[in-house]
Design a protein around this ligand. Structure first.
Ligand code: SF4
Length: 67
């Protein structure tokens, strides 16, 4: 089943702090080389964590939109 919520990260704003990965490890991950990887489709059980990641990002780089 596809999710109604989608994440996108503005790469120009993202400073790779990894706070999002701490808030929502099921969605965000910093690679050993320092890149941010994330899952775009947010499953319903990950929605609260996704919202926490949006709130915690110091550069407001994460967008969560309902499709
Ligand atoms: S918390 Fe924000 S700035 Fe930090 S890695 Fe995540 S998206 Fe990038």
């Amino acid at each position: 089943m596809s999710s109604r919520y989608r994440i996108s990260v503005d790469n120009d704003r993202c400073r790779r702090y990894g706070i999002c990965a701490a808030e929502a490890a099921q969605l965000f991950r910093l690679t050993p080389s320092g890149n941010l990887r994330y899952i775009r489709a947010v499953s319903p059980d990950a929605l609260a964590a996704a919202k926490a990641a949006v709130r915690s990002c110091p550069t407001l780089a994460i967008e969560l939109e309902e499709r």
